[in-house]
Design a binder for this molecule. Structure first.
Ligand code: ZN
Length: 202
């Protein structure tokens, strides 16, 4: 079977395992030999795992919430690029963030954005109290917060997040089992109704 690359994870897989989508694009330049002109429409086929797309969309949303939360707590209109990269590195596990972070394994895996967001929320009052006394620059303050306040609780928050996710997974499983149990008797019931209808005819 023909194999194609997933747009998101870049792994090759059988066509059957991938969703196929045709996307519309516009030519950015005239073709050298006149095959198309700038602005012409063209169609491109893309393939991806549904789970990869779902994960990417979820992560984009989680990043937006994280960005807005950090920005708002620090009272900024935008987060400096340097610190945006810092947040992304914490997410991807490409950095150690502070003094206390000795759990090497965990930081290599990174911290999902909801974990980072939750840390900022929990330290909101402390950050805003400290900000009033701070006489350095914004960026230095953001680094200070990350190094001392966020690092202080991030492993604890990460553990709680994992437990919560595990619970939700189990709940989902229970609900699926429950749905399955329900679907059987409802069919049985319908059959009985049909029988009754027939008997009414007789
Ligand atoms: Zn994929």
């Amino acid at each position: 079977m023909a194999q194609f690359k997933c747009k998101y994870c870049k792994e090759k897989d059988d066509a059957d395992n991938l969703v196929l989508e045709e996307i519309e694009g516009r030519r950015k330049k005239d073709h050298r030999d006149g095959k198309w002109k700038k602005g012409d429409t063209f169609y491109q086929k893309v393939r991806f795992h549904q789970s990869c797309r779902d994960r990417t969309l979820r992560e984009t949303k989680e990043w937006e919430i994280c960005y807005e939360t950090v920005k708002e707590i620090h009272g900024l209109t935008t987060i400096p690029d340097f610190f945006v990269i810092m947040l992304q590195r914490v997410r991807n596990g490409n950095t150690t963030i502070g003094m206390k972070n000795s759990e090497g394994k965990r930081y290599k895996e990174g911290y999902e954005y909801p974990i980072i967001t939750e840390c900022y929320e929990r330290k909101r009052d402390l950050i805003q109290w400290k900000m009033k006394q701070w006489d350095g620059g914004d960026l230095q303050f953001m680094q200070f917060v990350m190094k001392y306040y966020i690092d202080d609780i991030i492993n604890q928050v990460a553990r709680e997040y994992e437990i919560k996710k595990e619970k939700e997974k189990k709940m989902k499983q229970v609900n699926e089992d429950f749905d399955f149990e329900l679907s059987k008797p409802s069919k049985e019931r319908k059959k009985t109704d049909d029988d009754m209808d027939i008997s009414n005819f007789l």
